[in-house]
Design a protein around this ligand. Sequence first.
Ligand code: NOJ
Length: 544
Amino acid sequence: MPNNQKQYLWWQDGIIYQIYPRSFQDTNGDGIGDLRGIINRLDHLKWLGIKAVWISPIYPSPMADFGYDISDYTGIWPVFGNMADFDELLQEVHKAGMKLILDLVPNHSSDEHPWFLESRSSRDNPKRDWYIWKDAKPDGSPPNNWLSVFGGSAWEWDEKTKQYYYHAFLVKQPDLNWRNPEVEKAMHDIMRFWLDKGVDGFRVDAMWHMVKDAQWRDNPRNPEYKDYMATYEQLLPVYSTDQPEMHDIVARMRQVLDQYDERLMIAEIYLPVHKLVAYYGTHQKEAHLPFNFMLISLPWDSRLIAAGIDEYEGALPTGDWPNWVIGNHDQPRITSRVGQGQAGIAAMLLLTLRGTPTIYYGDEIGMRDVPIPPEEVRDPQGFNMPGKNLSRDPERTPMQWDDSTNAGFTKGEPWLRIDRSYVRRNVQAQRGDNHSPLVLFKKLITLRQQEQSLCTGAYRPVYSDHQMIAYIRQAEGQPAFLIVLNLTHRPCYFTPPIHFTGVIVIDTLPEQEQVSVKDKIELFGDEGMVVKLDHWESVSPTSK
Ligand code: NOJ
């Protein structure tokens, strides 16, 4: 990079990769992935060009919600390994020039955490107020109408102490009381424990749930609710989430991180853009990257997505850094949501928009949601709301490494069934196939790393209609790139408001690569391309 160019931080010009440890690589034959497995597979991430690895929770847990119910915030779940394995993982990640991000779950613990065991032991236990306890209404019903994300009431009656406790998620995941300063201090200490070890940051779970309305008012009905939705969506969570007090709490978490060099706070927040960007804080004092789930939540429609990108770019506070996500362990996989052809377009969007991309393990080889028969469902969201197809198991199936038994994931019985198509859809097979999703990801990542324009350059919308989206990325003094994406399966015709000449450098249809283009482009269905521009100018000279 020339010296006069602005320097970016690792989490701005690097790519994040999410590992679901249960499903990445098993090394001891118990059918469940482990930390040693991650160590053994770091070469794949290095080869792909990943900068930071985020691993979903690895702490001791009864596994009611697969690790998001923590019973010890500073330990390692024995099935995943031990602290020595973790230290080795951290060391190996760093040796490979990468960063390690842990999942921090501050909203709730497991009901088996010693804090909660104490809290529920009696009304006058010193830890009683570490969780949210309330009296029943006079008729014995819960204190308000709030619902659990995983179905049913969010209040659980405790027969022994005759009060309800609040759980935004499972009964086995009681919410901590963030209005109690002791809770906040304990969580800061946990952060420091991992930061002192050298962990590079946290993805903070369920951040917008952490503080609740001080008056405990009923949530209003959601007029848009439909039967197929999760029962939680019957109400609008206006009093149970996204409370104004949250911002000071995030700022104080940020202060903990800021006592260390270049550590990162990502925040899991599902909110509309204008509320989401508030979590950057004023003057960059809160989360570095509030996760932007727009490409997951919006319908796959070129007009809505083009408008969404502009809305996000327009709403970002000055000096804050954007980010993009197309998949995670809670959402249907992109390949299953938009289809195989369009998954390539999604990858191109993810890796050519301005901002830090997060890749969910397996999306780079086009892994699909795997149908899991009812008797094999493991996810509580699935079995608590049967018949709604809400289980998250389909997107959590084991990584497909090669065509050997169990896709090279385990020598034992995999904890969740593996997509039978692994015999051809696997890392090993795709590495040598120029038409594979993996090679497309690799090409996009490589080009992004080589070209400042694609990595950190400005974003300029060029054109969108009912089929396509086109935009330019350019860093100061660097070549410009035109990205043209067909979000439909039918051909489309790009007659842009610019004159240009250039060469297609990456195309979802590789036979188009190295073709020269001028002023107009025709695209096949499901085609997307990155064009390196030799020259471009607006048709209307005033708009450039
Ligand atoms: C969000 C996590 O991503 C999800 O997997 C989990 O079930 C809930 N938070 C509760 O921790």
